[in-house]
Design a protein. Structure first.
Length: 157
């Protein structure tokens, strides 16, 4: 049986933290060292997510119709900056990220943006490329003293 999902802008900090931690710890481990993962996880506190929720970011979550569980979330601003997209490992490769991306695109277009841009992890890069994003450049970021590479990418809307 194929699961169905619905979108909502209602998502608690607890759910955001759980999805983020689950996704990073179990999915990104293929592409980053344990030290990099730990720095990434340590930085994303409930206080930081609250600050992001209070910023200009618009959060969109996907929930499974059958179970009510949150499957993933994304955040985007009116200028087309796609800040985050995380899907719980048990819901990956089931259309959740694609649905969230379409919702982020719709939001950005409605706000007048003509492109989306993001800083994609090594893990997320293939998904974004498959969905029409191009690479602007590889970049190294500092996460609490730990160097990590990611990809600055964009997509015309």
């Amino acid at each position: 049986m194929t699961a169905h999902y619905f979108l909502t802008t209602e998502i608690s900090l607890e759910c955001i933290c759980m999805i983020f931690q689950d996704s990073v710890a179990h999915t990104c481990c293929r592409d980053y060292t344990s030290g990099q993962l730990q720095a990434w996880l340590n930085r994303a506190t409930e206080e930081r997510w609250q600050k992001l929720k209070n910023s200009d970011l618009h959060f969109i979550a996907a929930r499974c119709c059958e179970t009510g569980e949150y499957a993933g979330f994304t955040s985007v601003n009116a200028g087309g900056y796609l800040h985050s997209m995380f899907v719980r490992p048990c819901y990956q490769r089931k259309g959740v990220a694609s649905m969230l991306l379409r919702a982020a695109e719709t939001y950005a277009i409605a706000k007048g943006a003509d492109e989306l841009h993001t800083e994609a992890s090594h893990t997320a890069r293939p998904f974004f490329e498959k969905n029409g994003f191009g690479i602007i450049r590889r970049q190294t970021v500092d996460v609490d003293g730990v160097k990590m590479d990611n990809w600055l990418m964009d997509k015309k809307l």
